[in-house]
Write a protein that binds this ligand. Structure first.
Ligand code: SIN
Ligand code: FE2
Length: 218
Protein backbone atom coordinates (compact mmCIF):
# COMPACT_ATOMS: atom_id res chain seq x y z
CA UNK A 1 0.00 0.00 0.00
CA UNK A 2 2.66 2.43 1.12
CA UNK A 3 4.83 1.46 -1.83
CA UNK A 4 2.01 2.16 -4.31
CA UNK A 5 1.46 5.62 -2.89
CA UNK A 6 5.14 6.38 -3.09
CA UNK A 7 5.24 5.30 -6.75
CA UNK A 8 2.18 7.36 -7.59
CA UNK A 9 3.52 10.54 -6.12
CA UNK A 10 7.16 10.21 -7.07
CA UNK A 11 7.69 13.07 -9.55
CA UNK A 12 10.68 11.19 -10.99
CA UNK A 13 8.65 8.09 -11.86
CA UNK A 14 8.27 7.70 -15.62
CA UNK A 15 4.69 7.70 -16.88
CA UNK A 16 3.39 4.29 -17.76
CA UNK A 17 3.15 3.10 -21.35
CA UNK A 18 -0.43 3.20 -22.64
CA UNK A 19 -1.36 0.42 -24.98
CA UNK A 20 -3.93 1.72 -27.46
CA UNK A 21 -4.08 -1.49 -29.55
CA UNK A 22 -2.42 -4.92 -29.38
CA UNK A 23 0.79 -3.62 -30.97
CA UNK A 24 0.43 0.13 -30.61
CA UNK A 25 1.64 2.00 -27.54
CA UNK A 26 2.00 5.59 -26.36
CA UNK A 27 5.13 6.24 -24.32
CA UNK A 28 4.25 9.49 -22.51
CA UNK A 29 7.18 11.89 -22.28
CA UNK A 30 9.62 9.26 -23.54
CA UNK A 31 11.52 11.78 -25.70
CA UNK A 32 11.70 14.54 -23.06
CA UNK A 33 15.24 13.72 -21.86
CA UNK A 34 16.50 14.01 -25.47
CA UNK A 35 14.69 17.19 -26.52
CA UNK A 36 17.55 19.49 -25.66
CA UNK A 37 19.94 17.44 -27.81
CA UNK A 38 17.37 16.88 -30.53
CA UNK A 39 16.25 20.44 -31.28
CA UNK A 40 19.63 21.75 -32.53
CA UNK A 41 19.95 18.65 -34.74
CA UNK A 42 16.50 19.28 -36.14
CA UNK A 43 17.38 22.90 -36.86
CA UNK A 44 20.37 21.68 -38.89
CA UNK A 45 18.15 19.28 -40.83
CA UNK A 46 15.66 22.04 -41.63
CA UNK A 47 18.45 24.45 -42.62
CA UNK A 48 19.74 21.91 -45.18
CA UNK A 49 16.32 20.64 -46.30
CA UNK A 50 13.64 23.26 -45.56
CA UNK A 51 10.00 22.48 -44.90
CA UNK A 52 7.98 22.56 -48.12
CA UNK A 53 4.40 21.93 -49.21
CA UNK A 54 4.48 18.95 -51.53
CA UNK A 55 1.86 18.29 -54.17
CA UNK A 56 -0.42 15.28 -53.91
CA UNK A 57 -0.56 13.04 -56.99
CA UNK A 58 -3.89 14.80 -57.70
CA UNK A 59 -2.16 18.22 -57.75
CA UNK A 60 -3.31 19.57 -54.36
CA UNK A 61 -0.83 21.39 -52.15
CA UNK A 62 -0.41 19.60 -48.80
CA UNK A 63 -1.10 21.93 -45.87
CA UNK A 64 1.40 20.31 -43.52
CA UNK A 65 5.01 21.41 -44.13
CA UNK A 66 7.29 18.47 -44.69
CA UNK A 67 10.93 17.50 -44.93
CA UNK A 68 13.06 14.42 -44.26
CA UNK A 69 16.32 13.16 -42.89
CA UNK A 70 17.92 9.76 -43.35
CA UNK A 71 19.05 7.70 -46.31
CA UNK A 72 15.55 7.86 -47.75
CA UNK A 73 12.93 10.59 -47.67
CA UNK A 74 9.21 10.40 -48.36
CA UNK A 75 8.18 12.51 -51.34
CA UNK A 76 4.96 13.21 -53.19
CA UNK A 77 4.31 14.76 -56.60
CA UNK A 78 2.25 14.15 -59.73
CA UNK A 79 4.02 10.80 -60.11
CA UNK A 80 2.75 9.54 -56.76
CA UNK A 81 4.08 8.83 -53.27
CA UNK A 82 7.46 7.16 -52.85
CA UNK A 83 10.78 7.23 -51.03
CA UNK A 84 13.75 8.92 -52.64
CA UNK A 85 17.41 9.18 -51.57
CA UNK A 86 17.44 12.76 -52.88
CA UNK A 87 15.72 15.97 -51.83
CA UNK A 88 13.88 17.09 -54.97
CA UNK A 89 14.45 20.76 -54.03
CA UNK A 90 18.25 20.47 -54.03
CA UNK A 91 18.87 17.15 -55.80
CA UNK A 92 21.17 16.40 -52.87
CA UNK A 93 20.93 13.49 -50.43
CA UNK A 94 18.70 14.19 -47.44
CA UNK A 95 20.52 15.27 -44.26
CA UNK A 96 21.67 12.34 -42.13
CA UNK A 97 19.41 10.96 -39.43
CA UNK A 98 20.74 12.38 -36.15
CA UNK A 99 22.24 9.71 -33.87
CA UNK A 100 20.13 10.92 -30.93
CA UNK A 101 16.99 10.15 -32.94
CA UNK A 102 18.20 6.73 -34.12
CA UNK A 103 18.92 5.81 -30.54
CA UNK A 104 15.60 7.13 -29.26
CA UNK A 105 13.64 5.29 -31.98
CA UNK A 106 15.46 2.03 -31.31
CA UNK A 107 14.74 2.20 -27.58
CA UNK A 108 11.08 3.14 -28.08
CA UNK A 109 10.55 0.35 -30.62
CA UNK A 110 12.17 -2.19 -28.28
CA UNK A 111 9.80 -1.18 -25.45
CA UNK A 112 6.91 -1.77 -27.84
CA UNK A 113 8.19 -5.25 -28.66
CA UNK A 114 10.16 -4.49 -31.85
CA UNK A 115 13.77 -5.20 -30.98
CA UNK A 116 16.53 -4.20 -33.42
CA UNK A 117 14.60 -1.40 -35.16
CA UNK A 118 17.03 0.66 -37.24
CA UNK A 119 15.20 3.35 -39.24
CA UNK A 120 16.57 4.62 -42.56
CA UNK A 121 14.00 7.39 -43.01
CA UNK A 122 12.54 10.13 -40.86
CA UNK A 123 9.65 12.20 -42.14
CA UNK A 124 9.42 15.56 -40.38
CA UNK A 125 5.98 17.17 -40.42
CA UNK A 126 5.36 20.75 -39.35
CA UNK A 127 1.78 21.66 -38.34
CA UNK A 128 0.46 25.16 -37.78
CA UNK A 129 -2.84 25.93 -36.04
CA UNK A 130 -5.72 24.66 -38.16
CA UNK A 131 -3.56 22.14 -40.06
CA UNK A 132 -4.83 18.57 -40.08
CA UNK A 133 -3.74 15.30 -41.61
CA UNK A 134 -6.50 13.22 -43.12
CA UNK A 135 -6.82 9.49 -42.49
CA UNK A 136 -4.25 7.45 -44.38
CA UNK A 137 -2.15 4.31 -44.12
CA UNK A 138 1.65 4.30 -44.14
CA UNK A 139 2.25 1.82 -46.92
CA UNK A 140 5.06 3.16 -49.06
CA UNK A 141 7.65 1.19 -47.06
CA UNK A 142 9.03 -2.17 -48.24
CA UNK A 143 8.63 -4.24 -45.11
CA UNK A 144 5.46 -3.93 -43.02
CA UNK A 145 6.96 -6.13 -40.30
CA UNK A 146 8.95 -3.01 -39.30
CA UNK A 147 7.13 -0.61 -36.94
CA UNK A 148 6.60 3.15 -37.17
CA UNK A 149 7.95 5.31 -34.35
CA UNK A 150 6.41 8.78 -34.03
CA UNK A 151 7.85 11.55 -31.84
CA UNK A 152 5.71 14.60 -31.10
CA UNK A 153 7.15 18.01 -30.24
CA UNK A 154 5.61 21.42 -29.59
CA UNK A 155 1.87 22.01 -29.45
CA UNK A 156 -0.34 19.09 -28.42
CA UNK A 157 -2.49 17.34 -31.01
CA UNK A 158 -5.23 14.76 -31.21
CA UNK A 159 -4.09 11.72 -33.16
CA UNK A 160 -6.78 9.53 -34.69
CA UNK A 161 -6.09 5.82 -34.69
CA UNK A 162 -8.47 3.99 -36.96
CA UNK A 163 -8.77 0.44 -38.17
CA UNK A 164 -7.75 -1.56 -41.21
CA UNK A 165 -10.35 0.12 -43.40
CA UNK A 166 -10.91 3.85 -43.84
CA UNK A 167 -14.41 3.96 -42.39
CA UNK A 168 -13.65 1.91 -39.24
CA UNK A 169 -14.20 3.74 -35.93
CA UNK A 170 -11.27 5.85 -34.72
CA UNK A 171 -9.93 6.41 -31.22
CA UNK A 172 -8.63 9.83 -30.22
CA UNK A 173 -5.19 9.85 -28.66
CA UNK A 174 -3.73 13.03 -27.16
CA UNK A 175 -0.08 13.48 -28.13
CA UNK A 176 1.95 16.07 -26.24
CA UNK A 177 5.46 17.43 -26.46
CA UNK A 178 7.85 14.54 -25.86
CA UNK A 179 5.34 11.73 -26.34
CA UNK A 180 6.33 8.79 -28.51
CA UNK A 181 3.84 6.52 -30.25
CA UNK A 182 4.90 3.19 -31.73
CA UNK A 183 2.70 1.04 -33.94
CA UNK A 184 3.57 -2.15 -35.77
CA UNK A 185 2.76 -5.81 -36.26
CA UNK A 186 -0.95 -6.38 -36.70
CA UNK A 187 -1.55 -2.63 -36.20
CA UNK A 188 1.04 -1.49 -38.73
CA UNK A 189 -1.48 -0.68 -41.47
CA UNK A 190 -4.12 0.98 -39.35
CA UNK A 191 -5.52 4.18 -40.83
CA UNK A 192 -4.45 7.24 -38.85
CA UNK A 193 -4.56 11.01 -39.00
CA UNK A 194 -4.41 14.19 -36.95
CA UNK A 195 -7.29 16.56 -36.04
CA UNK A 196 -6.88 20.27 -36.82
CA UNK A 197 -4.19 21.72 -34.57
CA UNK A 198 -5.51 24.06 -31.88
CA UNK A 199 -3.74 27.42 -31.61
CA UNK A 200 -1.38 27.81 -28.68
CA UNK A 201 2.10 28.83 -27.65
CA UNK A 202 4.62 26.17 -26.78
CA UNK A 203 7.57 27.45 -24.70
CA UNK A 204 10.15 25.88 -27.04
CA UNK A 205 8.40 25.74 -30.42
CA UNK A 206 5.88 28.57 -30.36
CA UNK A 207 2.77 27.98 -32.44
CA UNK A 208 4.04 24.81 -34.11
CA UNK A 209 3.74 21.10 -33.77
CA UNK A 210 6.60 19.04 -35.18
CA UNK A 211 6.11 15.33 -35.67
CA UNK A 212 8.91 12.98 -36.58
CA UNK A 213 8.02 9.57 -37.97
CA UNK A 214 10.85 7.10 -38.14
CA UNK A 215 10.55 4.25 -40.57
CA UNK A 216 12.52 1.47 -42.13
CA UNK A 217 11.55 2.36 -45.67
CA UNK A 218 14.02 0.49 -47.87
C1 SIN B 1 1.95 10.84 -40.05
O1 SIN B 1 1.03 10.05 -40.04
O2 SIN B 1 2.80 10.84 -40.94
C2 SIN B 1 2.10 11.87 -38.96
C3 SIN B 1 1.33 11.60 -37.73
C4 SIN B 1 1.45 12.72 -36.72
O3 SIN B 1 1.69 13.87 -37.10
O4 SIN B 1 1.28 12.47 -35.51
FE1 FE2 C 1 1.19 8.37 -41.40
Amino acid sequence: MMQTELDLFDPGAPLQPQWVAAQAVVLPGFALPQVEALLPELRKVVAAAPFRHMLTPGGQKMVVGLTNCGELGWVSDHRGYRYSPFDPLSNQPWPALPEVLLDLAGRAAALAGFAGFRPDACLVNCYRPGNRLSLHQDRDEQDFSQPIVSVSLGLPAVFLLGGQVRNAPTQRIGLRHGDVLVWGGEDRLRFHGVLPLKPGAHPLLGNLRINLTLRKAG
